[in-house]
Design a protein around this ligand. Structure first.
Ligand SMILES: [Cu+2]
Length: 315
């Protein structure tokens, strides 16, 4: 137990003696999140729906909420399978070894090249000392963004990001037109719905094979599919909530929070006949952010931004 923790524990005892107001002050005291008190667990950091687009989305920083992503190496060789290893640490140099299971895993690792290509979603294994490891093959040169999505035990759900550099001739891809249909291994996946800046948007993905709807999708990470949405310009990692739906396809629906206008890359992992495949899409926002005080087309539209009653994001 470090000094800060001791101080807080002592403060907690005093708080019981001196009452509630004191407790509130102590709970957000000097611990900095590594020993995150319950008060911040579902607090301000988890309620992102300001309509301004100024709030920083997850995944843009290597350190947040009192956690630090520490890769052991930040370079890799194109086309070679190599272990990618990292720890989740605390600012004072500690290493976190206890994580909650979320979406069936203790940590989700998503990576994509900085141009928006080469998406991978893998699940590293953790050694007893807190070192996470996963074999990775990065197929081509470039800079790859890596996202670690996790929630330490008694901590805050967090997405941290860092980069892996792969030497060689880099031929970036340009995703500047909307792409709503993707074919992989004979499956065609379509994405319907519009992204509106500053609002939550529902998107529907539909999986077909040989022109027929697939109605026996298999659960993957606790849902019929798993969607990752990234802002193209900076690879911000957006809040996505899977929507409960009866049956097993062909439709899988998600709610995506789109903070700003611009273009987004969306990646759907779905499982059928024992194999997970990924469909990818490019989508620009349409329209403008809903103005809180301007009654427009809908007479029933609330004057306030849509409330985020979903808690954390569903990464
Ligand atoms: Cu995952």
């Amino acid at each position: 137990m470090n000094t800060a923790t001791k101080v807080t524990a002592y403060a907690g005892v005093l708080a019981i003696v001196f009452g509630g107001a004191w407790a509130a002050g102590a709970a957000v005291g000097p611990t900095g999140g590594a020993t995150a008190p319950a008060a911040t667990d579902h607090g301000a950091a988890q309620t992102p729906s300001s309509n301004s687009g100024d709030e920083l989305p997850p995944g843009l920083s290597v350190a947040e909420n009192g956690y630090v992503l520490k890769p052991l190496r930040t370079t890799a060789t194109a086309g070679e399978q190599q272990p990618f290893q990292f720890t989740i640490g605390t600012p004072d140099g500690g290493t976190i070894t206890k994580f909650d299971v979320e979406h069936e895993k203790r940590l989700h690792l998503v990576l994509v090249r900085r141009d928006g290509s080469g998406f991978q979603h893998v699940h590293p294994e953790m050694a007893a000392d807190g070192t996470w490891s996963v074999p990775l093959t990065l197929p081509a040169a470039g800079s790859y963004r890596v996202f670690a999505d996790f929630k330490p035990e008694n901590g805050t759900k967090t997405t941290l990001g860092t980069d892996i550099q792969v030497a060689g001739g880099y031929e970036p891809k340009q995703y500047d037109t909307d792409t709503r249909e993707f074919t992989v291994d004979g499956y065609t996946v379509r994405l319907d719905g519009e992204l509106k800046p500053g609002a939550e948007a529902m998107v529907t993905t539909t999986v077909t094979k040989d022109g027929k709807p697939v109605t026996d999708l298999q659960p993957y990470l606790g849902a019929n599919g798993h969607l990752v949405a990234l802002r193209s310009a900076d690879l911000a990692y957006l809040h996505v909530h899977p929507m409960d739906a009866p049956g097993a396809g062909p439709e899988v629906k998600f709610v995506v929070e789109v903070p700003t206008s611009g273009r987004y890359r969306l990646f759907l992992d779905f499982q059928h006949e024992g194999k997970v495949r990924t469909a990818e899409f490019t989508l620009g926002t349409t329209g403008t952010a809903p103005a809180p005080s301007t009654p427009s087309t809908s007479t029933s539209a609330p004057a306030t931004p849509p409330a985020d009653d979903h808690g954390g994001h569903g990464g």
